[in-house]
Design a protein around this ligand. Structure first.
Ligand SMILES: Nc1ncnc2c1ncn2[C@@H]1O[C@H](COP(=O)(O)OP(=O)(O)OP(=O)(O)O)[C@@H](O)[C@H]1O
Ligand SMILES: [Mg+2]
Length: 330
């Protein structure tokens, strides 16, 4: 494996990522029936609520979200043109950045000012647009780093001290089980730095599950991932929902959004401009305008999944230019 975009044809990768064979059950099918297609609309059973959340960078208002509720157990897609504020909003929701104003509730309790590692203990984890795997640690060590009770500063202690052996063994067993589930067992002892961008995305998703989260937030989990791996990643996301977890994910590919999301939230220039089931979004004039008006040339493309699936020239999945960045990251 090279530290490069996933090759589209890779004999070692035939089952990479552990494709989920049958379509996972959707336990919340129908839950959005009767929910209006309006931004800020209340959900039947929200796990996360944001109110009046703003973040400025100098003169730029990067995030200005009046109201957003995320339905428990659903897969919600957060979409919008480049620079819309999606990652910044994720950072604010997950304690990696602080809003200038506003409030966020998780399970009905305020999480304002709560640090990210404490949020993990409260059931909320996120992955990063640019993967954060530590190149000089093995895949297994990266996984173990994701465990509960083990902040980064404790990793070495956790790995060397006999006092930690019991806990370490439990964590290791859990990590190995997750690697098995994601068909990454053969990579257990490889250094993360040797994995392709797509494989690291998969490891990052597996690692996020080490804390048994209720709410999983994925920032562009499919970016730079080859089509075969994308299909298995999508299967894993649906599997999370089948297990009763809530997923919020940022994605640019509308076919992926159509395929896996129960609900779509559209951001543009920091605001939520539309919400609704995936089918309602393409027809929303405000959404079309936001994409057309974006200076970054993101397209609202609902017809590319066939292209993606048919792609055989080795550069699929790079539509947003993430891959090179990602390959050199870490
Ligand atoms: N740390 C920062 N300092 C200054 N400006 C920032 C910072 N982080 C983000 N921005 C700006 O805030 C805006 C929103 O950026 P953000 O990364 O949240 O967008 P995004 O929707 O995730 O875009 P993409 O789809 O390209 O990932 C952009 O104009 C960006 O340049
Ligand atoms: Mg982003």
């Amino acid at each position: 494996m090279t530290d490069s975009p996933d090759p589209v044809v890779d004999p070692d990768d035939g089952d990479a990522g552990g494709a989920v064979a049958t379509e996972p059950h959707n336990p919340i099918a129908g839950v959005f029936d009767g929910v209006e297609h309006t931004s800020g609309v209340a959900k039947p059973d929200p796990i996360l609520k944001a109110k009046g959340v703003t973040r400025r960078f100098g003169g730029l208002v990067a995030v200005d979200v009046d109201e957003l509720e995320i339905q428990r157990g659903a897969i919600t897609a957060l979409i919008g043109p480049n620079g819309a504020g999606k990652t910044t909003f994720f950072n604010l929701l997950t304690g990696f950045d602080s809003p200038d104003s506003g409030h966020v509730e998780l399970n009905g309790q305020s999480i304002d000012g709560v640090a990210s590692h404490k949020l993990a203990a409260r059931g909320m984890v996120r992955t990063f647009q640019l993967t954060k795997a530590l190149s000089r640690l093995t895949v297994l060590q990266n996984m173990m780093l994701g465990a509960k009770d083990q902040g980064g500063e404790n990793l070495l202690r956790a790995l060397v001290s006999p006092l930690w052996r019991q806990r370490e063994q439990e964590v290791e067993a859990q990590a190995r089980a997750l690697l098995d589930r994601f068909n990454l067992t053969h990579m257990t002892d490889q250094f993360a730095g040797t994995l392709s961008g797509g494989q690291r995305k998969l490891v990052e998703m597996a690692r996020s599950l080490m804390t048994e989260p209720e709410l999983v937030m994925l920032d562009e989990p499919m970016a730079g991932v080859n089509p075969a791996l994308t299909q298995s990643l999508l299967g894993h996301v649906k599997q999370l929902r089948a297990e009763g977890r809530t997923v919020i994910f940022v994605e640019h590919d509308m076919d992926v959004v159509q395929d896996i999301s129960d609900w779509v939230v559209v951001m543009a220039e920091g605001r939520i401009i539309a919400e609704g089931p995936p089918g309602s979004i393409a027809e929303n004039q405000q959404v079309v305008d936001a994409y057309l008006g974006s200076s970054h040339g993101t397209e609202l493309d609902f017809d590319s999944v066939q292209d993606l699936e048919a792609a055989d020239d080795g550069d699929a999945g790079e539509a947003d230019g993430q891959t090179d960045q990602e390959a050199t990251d870490g």
